[in-house]
Ligand binder design. Structure first.
Ligand SMILES: CC(C)(COP(=O)(O)OP(=O)(O)OC[C@H]1O[C@@H](n2cnc3c(N)ncnc32)[C@H](O)[C@@H]1OP(=O)(O)O)[C@@H](O)C(=O)NCCC(=O)NCCS
Length: 152
């Protein structure tokens, strides 16, 4: 059993041939499935997209989640496309720490003025986490999801 705890160091790591299966095995709870696609689907989509940037989220040396951005540096457009922490590891602050790392990364990217995302509102939604990290609702709704934006 891995001893991981709130003080664990959260890092974003490249997915390799060795780790891809363990990342695909990470999942959210049944009632959260409407919020995020399975990681295997996201990785398959990334394979066909020139704009996808994705990483596994680790707490110390344990894989706990997945993040994927859609990036268009030429236009300075950065979109948080997928973001999940496995249900076993939720509520330990890993999502918050990973989001901070993502925000920092985008800040250093060309022409980055904002990071956007879209969220399904309602019970169990990640909107509070995004609000705590400085995202604001833009008022736009795309495919029934509410667009949020963090301005640098
Ligand atoms: C959203 C998510 C990534 C947060 O990860 P996490 O590691 O559990 O988050 P943290 O422990 O850092 O908690 C940060 C905040 O998220 C919220 N949160 C935590 N667990 C949550 C849960 N199971 N459901 C809803 N919100 C939750 C809380 O508001 C918490 O704030 P607090 O510090 O005031 O308690 C994770 O719950 C998840 O994968 N959810 C399902 C997929 C999803 O909704 N992805 C986002 C798509 S837009």
């Amino acid at each position: 059993m891995n001893e991981i705890h709130q003080k664990a160091e959260v890092t974003l790591r490249r997915i390799t041939a060795k780790t891809v299966r363990s990342i695909c095995n990470l999942s959210v709870s049944e009632n959260q499935r409407k919020f995020v696609a399975p990681n295997a689907v996201s990785i398959a989509q990334a394979y066909f997209s020139k704009n996808a940037w994705f990483r596994a989220i680790y707490a110390d040396d344990t894989p706990v989640g997945f993040v994927m951005l859609h990036e268009t540096p030429k236009l300075g457009k950065y979109f948080l496309w997928r973001f999940m922490i496995d249900s076993k590891y939720q509520g330990k602050g890993y999502g918050h720490k990973a989001l901070e790392l993502i925000i920092k990364r985008v800040k250093k990217m060309p022409k980055a003025k904002a990071l956007t995302l879209s969220v399904i509102r309602g019970e169990g939604s990640a909107e509070n986490l995004y609000l705590e990290s400085g995202f604001k609702f833009t008022g736009k709704i795309e495919d029934s999801e509410h667009v949020m934006k963090l301005t640098y």
